[in-house]
Design a binder for this molecule. Structure first.
Ligand SMILES: O=C(O)c1cc(=O)[nH]c(=O)n1[C@@H]1O[C@H](COP(=O)(O)O)[C@@H](O)[C@H]1O
Length: 292
């Protein structure tokens, strides 16, 4: 499947081949220590490469968190470029967790950094924030679409402090009365439905971040409606270390459960370099049993 194939189709193929686990690549200082690696650019590179090696052939998706590489400045970025390239060469789908957002022209430049084919930081998808308005991300969505790339827009994030803002109710716009999380989710579903051949696509190429720790109904997300067509990719952090249980997956996500990517970092990485492959294998099976 070529890179220009829509991201949603590539994600669907990965789901079929490897299931829905995404392994976060988060080289926390404490994990580097546990793995016997230095807290340096070399350390995060080695951590990333070993994780990619352990994931390849066992799961299909990785999500490097850029902040842990950025801590080491330019050398950290060089390390990240290598990890991204090795992951993509290994056939993994790479979601760059960068959470960018700005006025439209600047967010487009972020898109060029992370999603433009040939860029040193090229990834298959990136996380972005639409808190400067849904219109501010239009340009990056269009560019991603034409390059077969994906975008995950923050909607209801897993951290408890987020609820006050993300459950706030819009006063203006055609979505007045919606919560912020609801308006973003509806906007993304609408975007996917507006693409050519949308009805025949299994999954859209734009998804949302809906944390597994969140009461999504209270956030205004409709979990009882028919699943959208095409399906909505849902990046779902919050399982594992943050406390959400896989056995609750269907209850948490309702009719959106089919598009859920279970993303875990510390709960898997904490197995250490020697236990990592086995921890991934086990979690892939558990996610398979819990997923729709
Ligand atoms: O976009 C994300 O990935 C994300 C969104 C969110 O709502 N909550 C959240 O925890 N994340 C990221 O997901 C990862 C979760 O890590 P663990 O809690 O160790 O599984 C971290 O890299 C977070 O930055």
């Amino acid at each position: 499947m070529s890179d220009a194939t829509p991201f949603g189709e590539r994600l669907d193929a990965i789901f079929a081949a490897y299931g829905k686990l995404c392994v976060g690549i988060d080289p926390h200082a404490s994990l580097l220590d546990q793995w016997g690696l230095p807290d340096s650019a070399e350390g995060v590179r080695e951590f990333g490469l070993r994780t990619v090696d352990a994931v390849a052939g066992r799961a299909g998706i990785v999500k490097p968190q850029v902040a842990f590489f950025e801590r080491h400045g330019a050398a950290g970025y060089v390390a990240l470029e290598r990890v991204l390239a090795e992951a993509r060469d290994a056939g993994l789908l790479v979601i760059a967790d960068v959470k960018r957002g700005d006025i439209g022209t600047s967010v487009e430049a972020y898109g060029q950094a992370w999603l433009r084919p040939g860029s040193g930081l090229e990834s298959d998808a990136m996380t972005i924030s639409a808190y400067q308005g849904l219109g501010s991300i239009d340009g990056v969505l269009t560019a991603a679409d034409s390059a077969g790339k994906g975008v995950f827009v923050l909607a209801a994030t897993s951290n408890p402090e987020a609820a006050a803002i993300q459950r706030a109710v819009l006063q203006q716009s055609s979505r007045a009365g919606n919560t912020v999380a609801q308006a973003i989710t509806a906007g993304v579903i609408g975007w996917n439905q507006g693409r050519a051949d949308a009805a025949s696509r299994p999954l859209g190429s734009v998804g949302v971040v809906l944390g597994a720790t969140v009461d999504l109904r209270t956030s205004g997300i409709d979990l009882d409606a028919e699943p959208p067509k095409p399906g909505l990719p849902v990046l779902a952090p919050g399982f594992g270390h943050q406390g959400a249980e896989l056995s609750d997956l269907r209850a948490i996500y309702g009719s959106l459960a089919g598009g859920v990517i279970v993303s875990e970092s510390r709960s898997i990485l904490g197995a250490g370099p020697d236990g990592l492959a086995e921890a991934i294998r086990r979690r892939v099976n558990e996610v398979g049993a819990a997923s729709v």
